[in-house]
Design a protein around this ligand. Structure first.
Ligand code: GDP
Ligand code: MN
Length: 452
């Protein structure tokens, strides 16, 4: 979840970082009053959850309350990167000498939280990273000892900060790290952190992204969510308990299970298509949930075909199939669809879908190839190679026989003479079985305790 600039800066202030005085306005009159109360030059800043507002004209200076009212009315009627501006922040204007970038992010490759800084502040850090990567200083933070002052000083000198500012910079860096940590953020950045004419450091812009999975620990932060700013599809997905992420492709994917959804996206790419979304409908998947998921997928105008990939484990295929049919009746989609159902009650599930004239498939490869063809407007006639892997028979295989069984699946016959490896494995399996029997009686377990 992204926080607005005004929310991020309010948090910064709570952590002791210097921010400009200012207030939020939703009408030009309010902006005028705030400017009057501040009693000096102000900057009127659009509050939308995208970067580059400055370049888009969403940030303007005003010398007096009249001007503040005028620019606020202008900005409040703007759309920035498709988002209507509903609020503006009216801050006292800063006398900027230099602009610094300071951010805290998670670096997955290093498995550390990393503090990044650059003397080339104000612009997108991605741009700096691309064009002049040598201008970015990075310091990895040990999770147990935290950010050390010497590290903060190292950053300060690395970006060429003058000596008289290093002490203030160090305390801002420490506060930003604490803020990042305690809010469970995945990003906390100040861009720009400015040096003013009277040699003070001030955080002019703030951006915080919170980890959605940790929001339950922070009800006061969760309450900051601005539903107006979110895509309606994402709001509905969250309310329905669906994990949904919109992507740029043309094949809508409805999958139960996050791992399966990832694999589906990978394979879609492999077979020449591109996924329009990641969507995990989770377990259970009753009709209403499936319908909601389908509505969400179809709300995306890029979607040219929909692929259902359902593994019936806890969710039964027939139940999901009924959900899909109910959803189809309700949503009445105009794009072609393919469904692949496997697992519990799959025949029943496929029959229900076939009765509803839905294209079905048994293997994932087949389903995805069909979906890719349909998205291109081709007919989905797929020639399949002979199945490389024979499906396992449905009946349960006892653990001690599993190895023999696997040899068959690999396409090799089990060796006539038992190989030593297999012998060992089987013997171990039966030994374990014996052990567990004994421990139930209580003999081995007491012995094990004594030998520790
Ligand atoms: P962003 O474009 O969405 O990242 O918005 P920022 O808040 O970072 O503002 C963009 C740029 O506007 C900054 O880098 C500054 O150059 C300028 N700016 C922002 N606030 C002030 C201010 O108070 N005074 C002056 N002179 N410029 C400002
Ligand atoms: Mn900025």
């Amino acid at each position: 979840m992204k926080l607005h600039e005004y929310q991020s800066k309010a948090l910064f202030a709570q952590y002791g970082m210097p921010i400009p005085r200012g207030k939020l306005a939703s009408t030009p009159e309010e902006a005028r009053h705030i400017a009057r109360d501040l009693g000096r030059r102000v900057v009127v800043k659009s509050q939308v959850l995208v970067g580059g507002r400055g370049k888009a004209g969403g940030i303007q200076l005003a010398r007096n309350p009249d001007e503040a009212e005028r620019v606020a009315s202008e900005i409040l009627s703007m759309e920035i990167k498709g988002l209507p501006v509903r609020k503006v922040l009216v801050d006292e204007a800063a006398d900027i000498r230099t602009e610094i970038y300071l951010g805290v992010v998670i670096d997955r490759a290093q498995r550390r939280v990393v503090m990044m800084a650059s003397s080339a502040g104000g612009v997108d850090i991605e741009e700096v990273a691309r064009d002049t990567p040598e201008k970015i200083i990075r310091v990895a933070i040990d999770p147990f000892i935290g950010l050390r002052d010497y590290q903060a000083r190292q950053i300060a000198f690395g970006i060429g900060l003058e000596r008289d500012l290093v002490r203030d910079f160090t305390s801002i860096a420490q506060a930003l790290y604490r803020c990042f940590l305690e809010t469970d953020a995945s990003l906390a950045e100040i861009n720009p952190l400015v040096v003013t004419g009277d040699r003070k450091l001030i955080a002019l812009d703030g951006k915080i992204i919170l980890d959605d999975n940790a929001l339950y620990r922070h009800p006061e932060l969760a309450a900051m969510r601005d539903i107006d700013e979110e895509a309606p599809a994402e709001v509905e997905a969250r309310q329905r308990g669906l994990s949904y992420i919109k992507l740029d492709g043309e094949i809508g994917c409805m999958v139960n299970g996050a791992g399966l959804a990832m694999a589906t996206m990978d394979l879609t790419q492999l077979f020449g298509g591109s996924p329009a979304n990641f969507l995990d409908i989770g377990g259970g998947a009753q009709a209403d949930k499936v319908a909601a998921a389908l509505r969400i997928i179809l709300a995306d105008p890029n979607v040219k075909a929909v692929l259902f990939n359902i593994f019936g484990g806890i969710a039964r295929c027939d139940e999901v199939a009924r959900g899909i049919v109910t959803a189809l009746r309700e949503v009445n989609p105009k794009v072609p669809m393919v469904a692949r159902l496997v697992g519990t009650n799959e025949e029943e599930g496929r029959r229900i879908l076939a009765d509803a004239h839905l294209e079905t498939a048994t293997t994932l490869a087949e389903a995805i190839k069909k979906a890719v063809a349909l998205a291109r407007g081709e007919e989905a006639v797929i020639e399949l190679p002979p199945a490389a892997i024979k499906p396992l028979p449905a009946r349960r295989v006892p653990a001690s026989k599993a190895i023999t069984r696997r040899a068959v699946v690999d396409g090799r016959k089990p060796a006539a003479r038992k190989s030593p490896i297999r012998k060992v494995a089987i013997r171990r399996a039966s030994k374990n079985a014996k052990k567990s029997k004994i421990s139930k009686v209580g003999k081995v377990s007491t012995k094990a305790k004594g030998s520790r």
